[in-house]
Design a protein around this ligand. Structure first.
Ligand code: MG
Length: 245
């Protein structure tokens, strides 16, 4: 397990950024259903996103697919704002009706990491910021995350990581991209870490099978977090390497 203080004080800071859907939790597609609800309320099209492959994508990107696919004749930014207002209403209702499940090993692993002053725990998710908060609160794990980067920061997931580091700086915590670990369930999570020189941990509990994840060469690929030891060992090694520099 992670070293105890005061040894740990010698170790460099490490930022851990978590994906939400498929990595921390699942909610029986409540997010997709709520997006369909919102699109129907705004533009009169039912099941607008059923044919959109969403895993690892940002909510604004997903919205754009529906917007273009269904030929919505409204100005884009205003249309997405209208959609977002409806989605804010639809998501809590869909979550309330869904069975929300934490992925194996959670929340114990978050609890372990939260006890370490040298680690920062945040989010890197394609969800709109309010959607992330709503989902994590519904799952009872919102309090583990100091801040994060969200789909509402940028439609392109590969541009999100700096937003999380900027928000950590605003909290007085300085992390660097090469001392950041992104944990997610899709090849897109790996790519958005690589885009900034961050480490990538891929977990096959959501959108992609472990073979697909391994094919994009994450620093660590795991079937699940049911056994926390591989992830903890990986983080310990990173912290140890930094201490020797
Ligand atoms: Mg995911």
């Amino acid at each position: 397990m992670i070293l105890s203080p005061p040894d740990a004080m010698l170790f460099a800071m490490l930022c851990i950024l978590w994906d939400i859907d498929g990595t921390l939790m699942s909610s029986q597609g409540a997010g997709t259903k709520a997006m369909n609800d919102a699109f129907l309320a705004c533009f009169g099209v039912a099941n607008a996103f059923d044919a959109v492959a969403m895993s690892g994508c940002t909510d604004p990107w997903i919205f754009r697919q529906g917007f273009e696919r269904h030929g919505i004749a409204e100005p884009f930014p205003a249309a997405m704002e209208k959609f977002d207002r409806e989605y804010r209403k639809a998501l809590p209702a869909r979550l309330a009706a869904a069975k929300i499940t934490l992925k194996p090993g959670l929340p114990a692993i978050l609890e372990t990491l939260s006890n370490r002053d040298e680690l920062g725990s945040g989010l890197l998710t394609g969800n709109f910021e309010h959607g992330a908060e709503t989902k994590l609160k519904a799952a009872g794990i919102h309090h583990f995350f100091a801040t994060g980067a969200y789909g509402s920061d940028d439609e392109d997931r590969n541009k999100l990581l700096p937003h999380a580091l900027r928000r950590f700086r605003g909290l007085g915590r300085q992390f660097h991209a090469d001392r950041t670990v992104v944990i997610g369930d899709t090849t897109r999570d790996v790519a958005c870490a690589r885009a900034h020189g961050a480490k990538a941990v891929a977990v096959a509990t959501g959108g992609h099978r472990i073979e697909e994840l391994r094919a994009c060469s994450p620093d660590l690929a795991l079937q699940s977090l049911a056994d926390p030891a591989p992830l903890i060992g990986f983080l310990e090694k990173l912290m140890g390497e930094a201490a020797r520099v």
